[in-house]
Design a protein around this ligand. Structure first.
Ligand code: BDR
Ligand code: CA
Length: 317
């Protein structure tokens, strides 16, 4: 088994929390750090939530606090995560604290080291791209230390989930997304086009809760809070499993299909700010720089999550 070194950049957030809990149990991932950004909730809340989730999982991965505001626009927060960002899931105040280093400085240091050692790492981005874009602007040389960026964000043939046209992570920091998509880097995106195909229905919630051992109550509260209860919009009960799909793609890319494209982010129009568009057919005569994931075998993904969460059935010492 090859083990991939990853840094998870996130804004927990209910689905970020579910993604982290799944990733912690994947032997194929060496999660070196969690970097936190303003997004679903203000930074102080997303940071506290990241610390709480690592403690719930008994997974003492270092957590770095990052950017508290987007590059240009005013902060935008999520609508579906509740005031505290983890829905109905209530966890004890964290005993641990963030590392002293700023997340952007950590990303620069770690990617530079990875580049020097010719052992590049993978960045998994589950929130607005402010931390990663800031690191790339300060230190463009770090691209040599990044094997791939795998991110949840954007909407291509699908309409937006936050404005008519834009997905939340891209709308929350469109200028940061633009910085990233201009890099000469391997990038994989999991947009709404694929995440809307994996609905976490009440039946899935029951099945995942049943196997999740000691984290069952917390996981159940997270997942139950994610139900949009909007059959007209999504075709079923439940909520789209956005961020956890990044983890699933890293572990089992064969469960997914993707298309190459050049990706652009709208920055100028007030109405369509943050809209992502894909040049699938080379009309702009620019290199196709992004692997856009558009298809998925949802039942295989759920079986994978069942297997990951069942590892929380460990015997307590
Ligand atoms: C994305 O926005 C947030 O609400 C979720 O955590 C996810 O990262 C989906 O649009
Ligand atoms: Ca997120």
């Amino acid at each position: 088994m090859t083990c991939r070194s990853v840094v998870i950049d996130c804004d927990p957030g209910i689905d970020d929390a579910i993604a982290l809990l799944a990733a912690f149990k994947a032997p194929e991932l060496n999660i070196e750090a969690i970097t936190v950004v303003n997004g679903n909730r203000p930074l102080e809340t997303t940071l506290r939530n990241a610390l709480q989730i690592t403690e719930l999982a008994k997974c003492p991965i270092p957590v770095f606090s990052g950017c508290w505001q987007p590059l240009v626009r005013d902060p935008l927060h999520g609508r579906f995560h509740g005031e505290q960002g983890l829905g109905a899931c209530q966890l004890p105040a964290p005993a641990s604290s963030a590392q002293e280093l700023h997340a952007v400085d950590y990303l620069i240091q770690r990617c530079r080291q990875a580049g020097a050692e010719q052992s590049p790492i993978t960045l998994c981005c589950l929130g607005p791209l402010t931390n990663v874009a800031t690191a790339l602007m300060i230190a463009p040389d770090i691209v040599t230390g990044i094997e791939r960026v795998v991110l949840m964000g954007g909407a291509y043939r699908e309409s937006g989930n936050t404005s008519l046209y834009a997905e939340f992570n891209t709308l929350a920091d469109p200028h940061a997304a633009d910085v990233l998509f201009r890099q000469n880097l391997p990038i994989t995106v999991l947009p709404l086009d694929v995440t809307h195909k994996v609905m976490l229905t009440p039946e899935h919630v029951d099945a995942l809760t049943a196997v999740a051992g000691r984290i069952s109550p917390a996981l159940n509260a997270l997942m139950a809070s994610w139900d949009r209860n909007d059959v007209r919009r999504y075709g079923s009960r439940g909520g789209p499993l956005h961020d956890p799909l990044v983890i699933a793609w890293l572990l089992r890319p064969e469960f997914f299909t993707s298309e190459k494209a050049r990706v652009y982010v709208e920055l100028d129009s007030r109405e369509t700010l943050g809209r992502t568009t894909a040049d699938w057919y080379g009309k702009t005569q620019q290199p196709q720089n992004v692997n856009v994931v558009t298809g998925v075998n949802a039942e295989k993904v759920f079986a994978l999550f069942c297997q990951l969460f069942s590892q929380y059935q460990e015997v307590e010492e």
